[in-house]
Design a protein around this ligand. Structure first.
Ligand SMILES: [Zn+2]
Length: 102
């Protein structure tokens, strides 16, 4: 994605500081809780439901790209695995209110 915004013209020092702007910042917010709210500028792309309980999350991207649905689908799979881990007997964690994707 970075290459499509002309990152090749950036000096190395600029690349570092611009990575935050150019990267695909994405979060998942658990629905039905008030502790965490999605930042206003994020775009809701898809929802994910836990297979084992009624927890639901909305995956949001900071920038809406043509690839956003594809990226969100992969993140949904990643999130489902995280949620399944929370239900493992040895983990027994509460699901988080907010998940940040790399
Ligand atoms: Zn669950």
């Amino acid at each position: 994605m970075i290459s499509t915004i002309g990152a090749g013209t950036l000096l190395p020092s600029q690349v570092f500081s611009d990575v935050g702007l150019l990267s695909m910042k994405a979060i998942a917010i658990r629905t039905g809780q008030q502790r965490q709210k999605g930042p206003g500028k994020f775009h809701s792309i898809t929802t994910v439901a836990c297979d084992k309980c009624d927890a639901q999350y909305v995956i949001s991207h900071k920038r809406k790209l043509r690839a956003s649905p594809t990226i969100a689908a992969a993140q949904a799979e990643e999130l489902k695995m995280l949620l399944a881990e929370d239900h493992q007997p040895k983990a027994r964690r509460e699901h988080p209110d907010l998940v940040e994707f790399d």
